[in-house]
Design a protein around this ligand. Structure first.
Ligand code: HEC
Length: 154
């Protein structure tokens, strides 16, 4: 018993230092890697939107597919605020981020919050399984993507 407890403590200590290492690695991540990573995540949201629109318009896939798409978009929306350090505007790598993100931070934040609200509502609509409600929410969510892209994406 004593021995097992020791092993458990060792495991917890190892996990804690690993978490510290990961957090440190993120803080030091170079701007180019930040751009690449956020593009990869946003592409997942784009693919999920296509899947949801395909369900609504053409009856492609199942309600479970829409639920998975909603979970993907919701995860992107939640992580989104951490992806915009200064120094990652267009001009760096393949970034298409307009400088307004950093000169109009309040508006960018408001558009981010709207996105998060619509993404959370989409999770609820997807869980309900009603096609008309899902279609309605896909429209609202898409509007929140477009509002930001029109202002802040090249
Ligand atoms: C608050 C602002 C904002 C919201 C909301 C937003 N985006 Fe974006 N999105 C951006 C910006 C800025 C870029 C450009 C990022 C870059 O190039 O580094 C981008 C890029 C993208 C890309 C291109 C990724 C690539 O491969 O280059 C896709 C796809 C995308 N967004 C999908 C979505 C979808 C789908 C939604 C809604 C469900 C959404 N975005 C909501 C700001 C936003």
């Amino acid at each position: 018993m004593k021995h097992r407890f020791g092993t458990m403590v060792a495991g917890i200590v190892a996990a804690a230092s690993l978490a510290g290492f990961v957090a440190g690695a993120q803080a030091q991540q170079d701007p180019l890697a930040v751009v690449e990573a956020r593009k990869t995540e946003l592409k997942k949201a784009g693919d999920a939107m296509k899947a949801a629109a395909g369900f609504v318009r053409d009856g492609r896939g199942t309600a479970a597919d829409v639920q998975a798409a909603a979970a993907t978009i919701d995860a992107v929306a939640k992580a989104f605020p951490g992806w915009w350090p200064e120094g990652t505007a267009a001009g760096l790598g393949k970034s298409e981020a307009k400088p307004g993100i950093w000169t109009n931070p309040d508006d960018f934040k408001a558009k981010t919050t709207a996105f998060q609200t619509e993404a959370a509502a989409f999770v609820v609509a997807a869980a309900g399984g009603d096609k008309a409600a899902i279609g309605d929410q896909v429209g609202k969510l898409g509007g929140s993507c477009k509002a930001c892209h029109d202002a802040y994406r090249e």
